[in-house]
Design a protein around this ligand. Sequence first.
Ligand SMILES: Nc1ncnc2c1ncn2[C@@H]1O[C@H](COP(=O)(O)OP(=O)(O)OP(=O)(O)O)[C@@H](O)[C@H]1O
Ligand SMILES: [Mg+2]
Length: 251
Amino acid sequence: MQVIATYSTKGGSGKTSTAVNLAWEASKSGPVLLWDLDAQGASTYLTGVKPKLKGGVSKLVTGGKSISDVVRSADFSRPEGQHRIDVLPADDSYRELELLLDAAKGSKRRVEKVLKDASGTYETVILDCPPGASLVAENAVRAADVIVSPLPPSPLSLRTLGQVRELVADSAKPAPILAFLSLVDRRKLSHRRAAEELPAEHPEILDVVIPASVVVEHMGDERAPVAAFAARHPVAQAYASLWTAITEQLR
Ligand SMILES: Nc1ncnc2c1ncn2[C@@H]1O[C@H](COP(=O)(O)OP(=O)(O)OP(=O)(O)O)[C@@H](O)[C@H]1O
Ligand SMILES: [Mg+2]
C-alpha cells in the first residue's frame, strides 16, 4: 500500500483537485482510498459522496470504528476494469479533529494507525489535507510515503515550498516532497517563466504543469475527476503525467 498526501500550507492551491484526479489515475492499477481530512469536505463533495461519517471522526481516530465500517463508494462511473475508489468523507465532526488529536495518545501517529487496517484492501491511499501547518497535516505527513504539493506560480510559491519543507523535515519519518506548478496560465509571462525556471532550479519541483482551466471548476458540477467527463482534455492528460511521475518516485 502506498500513501500519498496532497499538502500545502497555502489554501486554494489545488490540493483537493489533485487528490481527486490522482485517485482516478491510481484506480487504474488497484483499489484506492481517498481520505478527506479537511472539514470543508471538498473532496467528499467532488466525489459525489454523502458528507456523513458514521460515528464521527472521533470513533475513527481514537477507536471504535475502522475504515471498512465508514467508507463510501465514490459516485461516478468508471470504465470496466478500473478499480474502485472508496472515500472516507469529512463531515462537521472534522471541526473537532485538531483538538481530538491533541488530546490523544501518540497524537502525531493516529492517521498512520487508522491506515494499518487498510493495507490489505487498498493499493493506494490519498490523504487530502487541509491548508496550513496543523496536527492534522503532521499526521498525514507522518503516514505518507510521498508529499504531493501543488504550487501556483507566484512570487510566494517558493516561500510556501519552504514552509512545506519545514513541516516535513520536523516529521519523525520525513517523506520526499514532489511539488509541481498548478493553475498555470500560459498567457502570462510570469507563469511561463515559472514553469520553465522553477523545475530546473529546484529538485523537488517536477517538470509537470497543471494548466489553469475551467474544466477543473467543472468538477464541481460533474462531481467527478476531469478524466471521467473530459478524458481527452489536456488537464486530464496533465494529471495522468503527474501520476506517472509520482509512481516513478515510489518505485
Ligand atoms: N488547474 C486549475 N484550473 C482552474 N481552476 C482550478 C485549478 N485547480 C484548482 N482550481 C480551482 O481553484 C479552487 C481551489 O482548488 P482546490 O480546492 O483544489 O484547492 P485546495 O488547495 O484544496 O484548497 P483548500 O486549501 O481550500 O483546501 C477551486 O475552485 C478549484 O476548482
Ligand atoms: Mg482542499
